[in-house]
Design a protein around this ligand. Structure first.
Ligand code: HEC
Length: 210
């Protein structure tokens, strides 16, 4: 039987990603009990359908939960393949939008919380985990620093494509990544992702200035 850890799973679902890393010595509980606990903590029966849908795990989350974010090589490969197949590229082939809008989206953390006003839009909240422009000092360190990201990579087209895939579906490059799957989970639109990519790859972006 599949087993889960309650608190880490709720956190993972809230973040729209797979389970967060967990210590090994916590008690295990059954999938049924976990499901019940999640539903009761969200007043499940009264949730509108779009919020209910967020509590359902997709195949990738299910596999990452099953293997506690440490899938064996063949499963990791399957997760990455499934995730890569889910990536949708910009229809006009243009990866780089407006870095100024990308900067705003990288800073903004609003949207998708239960009481957020949908008219305000949804931010990427990248700074929660990454350093980006040097002027911004409030950043998290869960992810690597993205300072000078484009410059270091010589603004290379292949690196831009890889970063697009990373943002669209982080599991395509690393199975059970803790970074949100922005495109697949419909957190950001394709256009939003191109603005954020410009923030990382436009030579004029503060990310690439000293
Ligand atoms: C919850 C934390 C978290 C958030 C939020 C997050 N990331 Fe990440 N990101 C990570 C982690 C952890 C890694 C490294 C592990 C991996 O590859 O998944 C990473 C890796 C990356 C990489 C690859 C870095 C490299 O070494 O080349 C890029 C690019 C990236 N993130 C961009 C973004 C952007 C842009 C956003 C916002 C739209 C964002 N991330 C939001 C956690 C996060």
């Amino acid at each position: 039987m599949r087993r889960y850890l309650l608190s880490a799973c709720i956190l993972g679902l809230l973040a729209g990603s797979a389970l967060a890393e967990r210590p090994r010595d916590l008690p295990e509980i059954s999938a049924e009990r976990l499901e019940q606990a999640i539903r009761s903590s969200f007043d499940y029966d009264r949730l509108p359908p779009d919020l209910k849908a967020r509590l359902e795990q997709d195949e990738v989350q299910r596999l990452c939960s099953q293997y506690r974010n440490e899938p064996p090589a063949d499963v990791a490969e399957r997760i990455q393949k499934l995730s890569e197949e889910a990536v949708v590229f910009p229809s006009d082939g243009k990866f780089l939008g407006d870095w100024r809008r990308g900067e705003q989206l990288s800073l903004a953390g609003q949207g998708l919380r239960m009481r957020d006003d949908p008219r305000r839009g949804v931010g990427g909240n990248c700074y929660a985990c990454h350093q980006m422009a040097p002027q911004e000092v409030a950043y998290g360190t869960l992810g690597p620093s993205l300072l000078q990201y484009g410059k270091i990579r010589d603004y290379d087209a292949e690196a831009i494509r890889t970063a697009y895939i990373k943002i669209y579906n982080s599991n395509a490059t690393l199975a059970c990544s803790t970074m949100p799957r922005y495109g697949t989970q419909k957190i950001l639109s394709i256009e939003d992702i191109t603005h954020i990519l410009a923030f990382l790859f436009d030579p004029e972006s503060p990310v690439n200035k000293e």
